[in-house]
Design a binder for this molecule. Sequence first.
Ligand code: GLY
Length: 554
Amino acid sequence: MFAGSPANADGPSANAIASAHPLATQAGLEILEQGGNAFDAAVAVTAALAVVEPTGSGLGGGGFWLLHRESDQKKIMIDGREMAPGFAHKRMYLDENDNVIDRASLDGPLAGGIPGIPAGIVYLAMNYGRLPLQSSLQPAINYAEQGFSVSPGLHRQIESSKESFKRYPSSASIFLLPGDVPLAGSILVQSDLASTLRSIANSGFAGFYQGEMASKIVQGVTANGGIWTLEDLNNYVVLERRPFEITYKDIKVTSASPPSSGGIVMGQILKMLEHFDLESMDHVSRAHHIIEAARRAYRDRGVFLGDPDFAEIPEQRLLDEDYIEGLALTIDPLNATPSDKFGELPEPRSTGNSTTHFSIIDTEGNRVAGTLSINRSFGSKFVIPGTGILVNNEMDDFAIKPANPNSYGLIGYEANSIDPRKRPLSSMSPTFVESKERIGILGTPGGSRIITMVLLGILDFSSGQLPESWVDLPRFHHQYKPDLVFFENNAFNQEEQQALIARGHELRESRRLYGNMQAIMWDKRTNYVYAASDKRGEGSALVKYSKDEINTDN
Ligand code: GLY
């Protein structure tokens, strides 16, 4: 799934979009053709994904949009991450004996943070776009109103969530109509969601967070065990945050800052790796060093990272040259360092079906990397009656109890404990990479593994490869705990697996391929724009210049 086209020397003469669904990519291109810029296209793609990829993101979720505006070279991260409701508290998912109540932070509306995606798209349109929301939301409204064809992947996902949907008539009436899982190829209509999108198109922030819509949302959530209030909705705020920036060799990496852990963890890994000559290593040694660096960075993630508005994040200390060198020095080139002597934790479940990512570049050189989520596949599985909004289960990204692994197996402590209005720590890592000659835009879903997937993509960019290679790369991952190297079956052959085991690594082959990377690169030397959509997913990457499409996929 790869596309490329020549661009001119002043800036890309091509628009390019890669997203997890062909209809979302198409929605973005339509908006660019109507005279919108990359930011308008990002609004259109975000809204379209909310309709056609309900497993990954939606109006009931949150996300980060990393922007580059060419006219003034401004780089900024739009933080539309969910916020904990006002009645949230540290013990809300624990019983009287301090035991975690099974699935309480995952199922139903109590698992949901206050959504940020609607506010995010309004903010993007008002502050960076040039088209009215009525235009940029129209493709999504059409997909919701007229329906879209259920893909084989969506069919499978609905099938595996069937029993959960049955618990909520409002969810079953959309996803199980007329009583069972819609077949691939059948048309899924979401009329209530179309009305909600129209309300945002007509009234902006107020069309979701205030008035009649807010009352409907709060009533639906509280009637089903949730704790959202009108005040929570009205008080939701989008924040502009300084993105995380670091250099790796001659490459500038711009990525998500807290409340995402993505940038800092990636930064620590890259800086540790600068102490080694990866290029001269064989595959096993290279993987060993990446794994060991990831082990150390994910340990710091668990201990130190959280919402920067609530916890003091020691970013400078974590990236201090001496500190990083000290960590790098503890990497034994031949032997794994055991994370600790605790028992094994369950394998984190992350297949790439939850969360979503898209990448965009327009002919002016504006760029967007957007990673959006409702956390697990279909979030909490609860649709707010009469709205079409699937509520996220992002509260599970908090450390609901110190050192208790979340659904990705990640642990956390006080920095990521629950507090009212706090944002849960994320791994979402929308990223730009820049060398003198090349500009890349990338990101992926995949929970805790997002960071290592993007890291492998950056290293591949650094080796001079194209987006098709970044997204195709066989993947492997380590996150400190559990002390396991997860790998896709084509990442290491038998001999390489034995060599890693001989170094002391415990390997765990992932049940499925994981991730769904969407990537774009503009090569200024050849004036080509390349885009690639991960073959593991069902997305599409298009590069379009003048009136013609070149090398489209799907
Ligand atoms: N919900 C996944 C993440 O934000 O990391």
